[in-house]
Ligand binder design. Structure first.
Ligand SMILES: [Zn+2]
Length: 464
């Protein structure tokens, strides 16, 4: 709950763990793992990188003295079915290697290493890719303080034959050699399953180790949209930032009465908060649930009405969801800020496992909230949708965005400005949150054992 992304990252997994130049250990581990692979038949989408190639021979950009090991060169070598990615290092380092699917990747974790390389050396480029074999692209850089990572995008399922440091006989230079061989989909998938189980176990151990004061309550973060210079939607005197603030305050007050939660609001008055700051607050505050509150408007469809619950997704569920996300994502621009860099690409790569689990929870809460909402309020004809909302992108905090209704619709507008309606509807939101945590507590065993197997159906729910 409320874990930091770094904690779910592999720190000392024994899968393909390589110490310095002891490749024999790695090979033994690979053999042992290969023997343990069950013959799984799971189909996943084919790799997206068919037509890509990359610039393999990169020149070092600079060589500065640092306290960390440095990588000064990188190249790809291909022989037959095998592809090697070789980094020239200043010294031997320990590495931990595992594979991930969707998309297919090889991940190599290292102690903090300074990559004195052109950051684009692993970038895919157009052209023939015979030279780069199984490797479609690769990236490298710092993952967290003290920790660096190499991520290899695969062109086809691959098995890691070795990932270890070697000293060349001739010049005594040290190289980190990551050697990949082609494998079939079932074998690859099985390796992914093993890695996920180990990652999950590791994340759990770290969670258990975390000292938890007895009085710690789950943190619920309520996020009233917009604020300050960013007013949000405005229709005939109804101002989104004010309506959603009043609503958020009502929900927070009800949750506080319950006593089970620590409730935090992303703004406690009419102040501007960037979208990324809201996400950061949720993560830093170890929020177990993040609920963003908004109200919509449609200039040319005053008959459209009702509440909608949104979750984040890479692809919008429909055109309307895409429109709403696009509009809500403009919040920072509305306040005159320069376009903020979206860190979601980094998240996609680094927090894959956590994010998967988080999205399952977000989806489950969206479903719960929809069911509770219908008791007190009107729902849009398609009340559960998804799109790329920036404010919902914390990879480790289940997050939903509730559009209370349409200011452009007369009935919704009246409801939203009525204190009586607000009282009833905010009670339903508070109850949905309580129900979510009750269900979550009873579902922890399932979630602990296999983060990849957390379909909504495993959590008590009305179904999808
Ligand atoms: Zn809004």
């Amino acid at each position: 709950m409320g874990k930091k992304a770094g904690e779910s990252m592999p720190g000392c997994i024994f899968f393909n763990r390589a110490a310095g130049s002891t490749t024999a250990k790695v090979l033994a581990a690979v053999v042992a793992i290969a023997a343990a692979w069950p013959a799984l038949q799971i189909s996943i989408p084919a790799t997206r990188y068919f037509s890509l190639s990359l610039r393999a021979e990169a020149a070092p950009v600079a060589s500065e003295a640092t306290e960390f090991p440095t990588a000064n060169a990188v190249r790809i070598e291909r022989t037959g079915d095998r592809t090697k990615l070789i980094f020239g290092l200043s010294t031997s380092v320990e590495s931990t290697t595992f594979v991930l699917a969707d998309p297919d990747r090889v991940i190599v974790d290292l102690p903090q290493t300074d990559f004195l390389l052109d950051p684009e050396s692993g970038k895919p480029a157009h052209g023939p890719h015979r030279k780069t074999g199984l490797i479609a692209a690769f990236r490298f850089g710092q993952l967290a303080p003290g920790k660096s990572r190499i991520v290899i995008d695969l062109r086809a399922p691959a098995r890691v034959l070795r990932a270890a440091c070697e000293k060349s006989d001739g010049d005594g230079h040290t190289s980190l050699v990551i050697e990949l061989a082609k494998t079939d989909r079932a074998d690859f998938r099985a390796a992914v399953q093993i890695a996920r189980m180990q990652l999950g176990a590791l994340a759990q151990t770290k969670k258990d180790e975390k000292p938890q004061p007895a009085s710690v309550k789950p943190v619920v973060m309520i996020d009233p949209g917009h604020g300050g210079i960013d007013r949000g939607a405005m229709v005939k005197g109804l101002v989104e930032k004010d309506l959603v603030f009043d609503f958020a305050k009502a929900v927070a007050a009800k949750l506080e009465t319950d006593g089970r939660f620590k409730v935090i609001m992303t703004r406690d008055g009419d102040s501007f908060v960037t979208l990324s700051e809201r996400v950061r607050m949720a993560r830093d505050g170890n929020a177990a649930l993040f609920v963003s509150i908004h109200a919509d408007t449609l200039s040319d469809a005053s008959d459209v009405s009702g509440a909608t619950v949104y979750t984040v997704s890479d692809r919008a569920s429909d055109a309307e969801a895409a429109r709403v996300a696009q509009k809500e994502n403009q919040a920072d621009a509305a306040a005159g800020l320069d376009k903020t860099e979206d860190a979601s690409d980094v998240s996609d790569i680094l927090f894959d496992l956590t994010r998967r689990e988080t999205r399952a929870y977000s989806h489950f809460f969206a479903h719960t909230l929809t069911n509770y909402w219908r008791v007190a309020g009107r729902l849009n004809k398609n009340p559960q949708r998804s799109a790329g909302f920036r404010v919902l992108k914390a990879p480790d905090v289940p997050s939903v965005l509730l559009e209370l209704g349409y200011l452009s619709n007369k009935t919704d507008g009246q409801a939203l400005s009525s204190e009586q309606w607000r009282d009833k509807a905010s009670s339903q939101v508070a109850e949905a949150i309580e129900a979510f945590f009750s269900a979550r507590e009873s579902a922890t065993t399932v979630i602990k054992t296999d983060p990849d197997q957390v379909p909504v159906g495993k959590i008590p729910t009305g179904g999808e």
